[in-house]
Design a binder for this molecule. Structure first.
Ligand SMILES: *Cc1c(COP(=O)(O)O)cnc(C)c1O
Length: 399
């Protein structure tokens, strides 16, 4: 992308080029418009940002550190590697950045009930957390398969006072939970705010979530300038719906920094068990947005797979689809096995056990680092910590 072009998307129709938009039942058009209006007003209000920043400082634990990864740097013996430490956020992942922003939004909208979908449970935990803090009723939709593989997070949400609604349709994972949450919202929109967990869904959600997650990139820019007096050469982040990646990418899109998103390759992208949406998907309409989508020849959404519940999603945020077409960012995938090895690598080299999602970004270093030189800098977004995945990791490594 030419550096002289000022990036200013989405447009007034909520589009990122041909992607995004608002493909929803008519009953949701008015609430989406209201949400957009209230959000835009808040976003222009310095007092709102002050309130959010104070909460981030005192509650989330921001700014999160940018850690020089000395062990990992020595291991690859190429570019210098830094880690952005979203694993140190309250509740263990970047999801709280969005949940906290949106709970303030729900209060301004005068809503008393909050619903959310969750895959890995990290978004559910973040939403249950902010609902507890702000005294709002909380309902979390979660696929039965995810309930089983993330039992600790299910218990966390219950302890925080949330009600869990098991979803038994489809693949019983994230996309099905999202469908149910949208259904609930259509019915109860009067008193209910829907907190979407990633940069997906109809406009204005992809924009709102991106803006709330951009705190990651804004801090990273300040921190790397302080540490190295220059911007990095590469930023690497995992892509499920795409919020931690957009969050760290966004302040860098008008620069020379190469932005790399890493998707879940599952059993391999030559099988049908993966979530490499941007690598192998085609344009389609899904959950209120036009975007790249894993679908069959009839346009039915595919059953996808990843070892990591947070990446197990057949769509992707519409802005990433735009980034891919415009080559603003590049997208690759790594397999389940590579992600497990990435988990072990970061644990051994840095004493940091990453979430399986983040481990996908770590694993991609095996491909990226050999293309780098010693005077270059790579930043990896460690989107979350591995506590929630310990059982899965243990079963895979067999020790
Ligand atoms: C949810 C989650 C992801 C994937 O979601 P994005 O919206 O793509 O960021 C990645 N890492 C962690 C730790 C998560 O909890």
């Amino acid at each position: 992308m030419s550096q002289s072009i000022k990036y200013k998307l989405p447009d007034d129709n909520g589009r990122f080029g041909k992607y995004g938009g608002k493909f929803v039942p008519e009953t949701l058009i008015t609430p989406l418009r209201e949400l957009e209006e209230v959000y835009n007003k808040l976003n222009d209000d310095p007092q709102f940002h002050e309130e959010l920043n104070k909460l981030h400082k005192e509650y989330t634990g921001r700014p999160t550190p940018l850690t020089y990864a000395e062990g990992l740097t020595k291991y690859f013996d190429h570019a210098k590697i830094y880690l952005k430490r979203e694993d140190l956020c309250h509740t263990g992942a970047h999801k709280i950045n969005n949940a906290l922003g949106q709970i303030l939004l729900a209060k301004k909208l005068g809503k008393t009930r909050v619903i959310a979908e969750t895959g890995a449970g990290q978004h559910g935990v973040a939403v249950a957390t902010v609902c507890a803090k702000f005294g709002l009723k909380c309902l979390i939709y979660m696929g039965e398969v995810d309930i089983e593989r993330q039992s600790l997070n299910v218990f966390r949400m219950k302890l925080l006072g949330a009600e869990i609604v098991p979803v038994t349709s489809g693949s019983k994972t994230l996309k099905d939970a999202t469908n149910e949450a949208i259904r609930d919202w259509v019915t109860n929109v009067k008193d209910t705010h829907y907190i979407i967990g990633s940069v997906v869904g109809p406009h204005p959600y992809p924009m709102i979530v991106r803006n709330f997650q951009s705190v990651i990139g804004i801090e990273t820019k300040e921190q790397i300038l302080k540490a190295e007096s220059r911007l990095p050469n590469y930023i690497v982040a995992s892509v499920g719906g795409g919020s931690n990646s957009i969050g760290i990418f966004f302040p860098f899109i008008n620069s020379d920094v190469k932005l790399i998103g890493v998707e879940a390759g599952g059993y391999g992208i030559d099988t049908d068990k993966h979530c490499a949406t941007l690598t192998l998907g085609r344009e389609g309409i899904f959950q209120g947005m036009k975007t790249y989508l894993l679908q069959n020849d009839e346009g039915q959404v595919s059953e996808v797979h990843s070892i990591s519940a947070g990446l197990d999603y057949p769509g992707v945020g519409p802005e990433h689809s735009y980034f891919k077409d415009e080559v603003i960012a590049d997208y690759y995938s790594v397999t389940d096995d590579e992600a497990i090895k990435g988990t072990e690598l970061l644990s051994r080299q840095e004493g940091i056990i990453p979430a399986l999602e983040s481990a996908h970004a770590i694993a991609y270093l095996n491909y990226l680092m050999q293309r780098t030189t010693k005077d270059e800098i790579v930043i990896v977004n460690v989107s979350g910590r591995g506590d929630k995945d310990l059982n899965t990791i243990k079963n895979s490594l067999g020790y």
